[in-house]
Ligand binder design. Sequence first.
Ligand SMILES: [Zn+2]
Length: 261
Amino acid sequence: MKITPTIKISMKGEIKMFLYVWFFILGTIVGCIFQLCMDRLPLGLNVIKGQIFCFHCFHPLRWFDLVPIISYILSKGRCRYCQCRISLRYPIFELLSGLLLVFMVYHVTPLEKACLLYLLIMDFTILTIIDLEWQIIPDFTLWLEAILTIGLVFYIDVPFKERIIGMFIISLPMFLMNQWFIESFGGGDIKLMFISGFLLGYIHILLAFCIAVIAGGIYAGVLMIQKKANRHSYIAFGGFLCLGILISLFYGDLILSFYGL
Ligand SMILES: [Zn+2]
């Protein structure tokens, strides 16, 4: 997949600057929404409907408590109602989300593709964090990936037949392994590879899986050396799969050409 500079050069500097500031603000708002998803999904709370509240005192939060970064600074990192400390993770996540959107809009063309890829990275980020903290992959993150995949199909040139093979080439063996060896993979991991196989096609999804196995293996090895895990420990694999999928999506062609494939 090619990444080339976007935003017309003929555009005046100030307008360009204004656009990037606008995308940064938009990115922080999207980051705030994804963060709400990250807090609410594992608890089974609806992310679209339902009151947003402080997880410490359960006081309902108003819109001005949720303004990305600014609310945190104005409230000095504390809940306005119970004074409990709010994790620094929130403003940092929002800041990075804003910067990521600007980066994607700058480097990827057309704009629609940049936005879809940005949302996919955000989706994978919360999927990874939820999987690490709760050992679950919420269906919401997978549905979102499926919707984004439908949009991205128009920008990623892979023959339809290869996409269909890609859906099953990893997910089916994973599913069968789950039948033979009890719960070797989570159901979420299998669904993730099923959807991503359609997104990438079978060659790139195989590469994604190899990268995930290598990265997950190194991580498990380090944990075992540190005696924080043993052969029977559960390792949240979702994040490594996401990492493999993103590397394969952005640099797959480069890696494959390096090996003469
Ligand atoms: Zn509170």
